[in-house]
Design a protein around this ligand. Structure first.
Ligand SMILES: [Fe+2]
Ligand SMILES: [Fe+2]
Ligand SMILES: [Fe+2]
Length: 423
């Protein structure tokens, strides 16, 4: 039994990114679909052949090609970013996919999706052909969809072999004639087709895990604290779970439940998420909604025991938690452990509204909660006994994550400098 099935991988990505910005998600899916149909045509009628893995990876990259745009604060009009401000989102998207997705080896396809065709000779990539197709598919959607202002009417005659590959355009027309691509875009059939394609390929567990981790990192487009909090919760939950001698299956569920537990925060307004003061009652209500949003995203998509761990992390043993107000009798040990890990992560971490607390203060607060019947006593006792070791292990892992972040920032500067020649 796996945590998530292959066919649901796209569904969870669609739901999560759609909440951040639906327009970017739609544009991505349409672009991915056009790219997919062009490759399918080649596969069936030409010498060019793709393995199933390649078809899936390239289509996924097509869907995610503008993922760097999610980092921009206010994308109301996708076409503005697609026609004027090309490099920041191309570079950021590339680095994000390279380091934080399971398709890292093919991420450079995204880096060059806005590079004009007559400049392709300036770069070297083993994915040149796919870059041509993606670049065309991207402009095709910008043209079909947003024709109002962005691309001139005669764009595809005027800029043939200048801004885009003429051969790719010819391929698009053949695929259009064969499959009625635009018809499927209008009647919505393209989504089913994408689902079928992605379901056909049985993703390895590792590949799927990579996508779930990637999703968690997308929260970071909005709030760095939330990602660090999430990674800390995963780490603490796992360590506490091992100390409680959970079974392998329970440990796995706990890992994924912790990984996904705050996914719903992508829908919480930034001024509340990053608030430096005390939240008002109304703001608190909105903040608490993240649990329901997490539930909405994960329901029917991930394994139920993972879902229940994720959505019960704010429940208390005495029934005073949310969002269901469950009590000890309803809560399994893994569900009680994630609640402890979540509190520990919040107290230990630096948050927008507080500095990290000392060991003494953290243990005092948590033992108080345990004595008041809010959280599991045994788990807190085992935390107290192993506190230094648990923190040491976590700090080690945190170094790696922070190292990765620094590397991405550093590479961003280097590549931006190199890309000046394309402006
Ligand atoms: Fe783009
Ligand atoms: Fe695009
Ligand atoms: Fe939470």
């Amino acid at each position: 039994m796996s945590v998530i099935s292959s066919k649901d991988v796209n569904e969870i990505i669609r739901k999560t990114l759609g909440i951040i910005n639906n327009k970017i998600m739609n544009h991505g899916e349409i672009t991915g679909y056009i790219l997919y149909k062009m490759m399918e045509y080649e596969n069936t009628y030409t010498e060019q052949h793709y393995t199933e893995q390649e078809l899936v990876d390239y289509t996924m990259l097509g869907i995610l090609h503008d993922i760097g745009l999610y980092k921009e604060d206010n994308v109301k009009n996708v076409s503005d970013f697609e026609t004027k401000n090309l490099w920041p989102h191309s570079i950021y998207g590339f680095l994000f996919l390279k380091y934080l997705s399971p398709m890292g080896d093919k991420a450079e396809i995204v880096l060059y999706h806005h590079l004009d065709y007559n400049r392709h000779n300036l770069i070297q990539s083993r994915y040149m052909h796919i870059i041509e197709l993606l670049s065309l598919a991207d402009r095709m959607d910008t043209f079909l969809h947003m024709k109002d202002q962005s691309l001139e009417k005669d764009y595809f005659t005027r800029y043939r072999d200048i801004k885009f590959s003429g051969a790719a355009l010819d391929l698009f027309h053949k695929a259009q004639e064969r499959y009625d691509i635009t018809g499927n875009l209008i009647n919505g059939k393209y989504r089913e087709e994408l689902d079928v394609l992605l379901a056909k390929r049985a993703f390895s567990e590792q590949y799927k895990r990579g996508f779930l981790e990637m999703l968690v990192y997308t929260i970071d487009f909005r709030s760095e604290h939330t990602v660090i909090h999430t990674l800390a919760t995963v780490n603490f939950a796992e360590q506490l779970g091992r100390l409680a001698r959970l079974s392998g299956r329970d440990l796995r569920d706990l890992h994924y439940g912790a990984l996904l537990h705050d996914l719903g925060k992508i829908a919480i307004p930034l001024n509340i998420l990053e608030s430096t003061g005390r939240l008002s009652d109304d703001e608190m209500k909105i903040m608490k909604a993240h649990v329901r949003i997490t539930e909405m995203i994960l329901e029917g998509v991930v394994d139920d025991s993972v879902l229940q761990i994720a959505v019960r992390h704010h429940e208390k043993l005495d029934g005073t938690g949310y969002h269901k107000g469950l009590t000890a009798a309803d809560l399994t040990l893994p569900q009680q452990i994630i609640a402890v890990a979540d509190i520990l992560s919040a107290l230990y971490g630096k948050r927008s509204y507080k500095e990290p607390f000392s060991k003494e203060k953290i243990l005092e607060i948590m033992k108080g909660d345990a004595e008041n019947g809010k959280i599991n006593k045994n788990v807190v006792a085992s935390l107290e006994r192993n506190y230094d070791q648990i923190i040491k292990e976590f700090e080690k892992e945190k170094e790696n994550t922070i190292g990765l972040y620094l590397k991405i920032k550093e590479q961003y500067a280097i590549i931006s400098e190199r890309f000046r020649m394309f402006d």
